[in-house]
Design a protein around this ligand. Structure first.
Ligand SMILES: NC(=O)c1ccc[n+]([C@@H]2O[C@H](COP(=O)([O-])OP(=O)(O)OC[C@H]3O[C@@H](n4cnc5c(N)ncnc54)[C@H](OP(=O)(O)O)[C@@H]3O)[C@@H](O)[C@H]2O)c1
Length: 185
């Protein structure tokens, strides 16, 4: 996404936990068009600081893109609450907190008002899949569509991909041990 934005001649404020991951793009595009900020979506201060930076350095945001997230594989009964809650902190609360700052920015900073909010949801957020129950719940898009309904200046798009074969999601996916209740005797 960042590369596409830059190749179109636009400005990208790329936020990520490990800024060095974008060293290749940093070497290729001018700092006036590629801004790289360290941000963990679990940290509300990081989110606020990123929007403050955008206001000061760029003055307007046309599109906010929520991509951060990971999947958790495990049956509901076999998944410890703390592991599921950690995923909700990223997939649900991370996207919510970014989205709330985005709509505030669209209303209070952008002139003229408005902006587009894009979120990577998942097919699993629409269709229930065994062993992805908590992930499905964390990706269910209705709440962000509600934000869109409440805020008439936002163009909201939920992108719901199916499973990408060999997708890098595997990198971050925690695995939960299968519990005896579902195993063959
Ligand atoms: N792959 C699929 O089959 C699939 C299907 C449907 C939906 N999706 C969704 O697509 C999105 C991208 O996933 P992907 O498949 O491209 O996997 P990915 O390469 O693992 O991308 C996930 C990204 O989220 C970032 N992230 C995780 N926790 C974060 C946090 N607390 N703060 C900031 N960034 C964080 C990761 O950063 P680090 O590099 O620092 O870990 C990584 O860059 C996710 O929302 C995923 O749920 C994926």
């Amino acid at each position: 996404m960042t590369k596409t934005v830059l190749d179109n001649g636009d400005i990208a404020i790329a936020t990520l936990r490990k800024p060095s991951a974008l060293d290749d793009l940093k070497a290729k595009y001018p700092a006036s068009r590629l801004h790289i900020l360290k941000l963990d979506v679990v940290n509300k201060d990081d989110i606020t600081a990123a929007f403050e930076y955008a206001k000061k350095e760029v003055g307007r945001i046309d599109v906010v893109f929520n991509n951060a997230g990971y999947s958790l594989t495990g049956e509901i009964e076999g998944t410890p609450d703390d592991i599921a809650k950690r995923m909700f902190d990223v997939n649900f609360w991370g996207a919510m907190n970014v989205s709330k700052e985005a709509v505030r920015f669209f209303r209070e900073v952008n002139k003229p008002q408005g902006g587009k909010l894009w979120t990577v949801s998942s097919m699993a957020g629409i269709v229930p899949l065994a062993s992805l129950g908590y992930y499905s719940a964390s990706k269910h898009g209705n709440v962000l569509e509600t934000v869109d309904e409440e805020h008439s200046m936002t163009g909201y798009i939920s992108i719901s991909p199916g499973r990408r074969h060999g997708g890098p999601c595997r990198r971050t996916r925690p695995k939960v041990e299968h519990q005896g209740v579902y195993c063959a005797p």
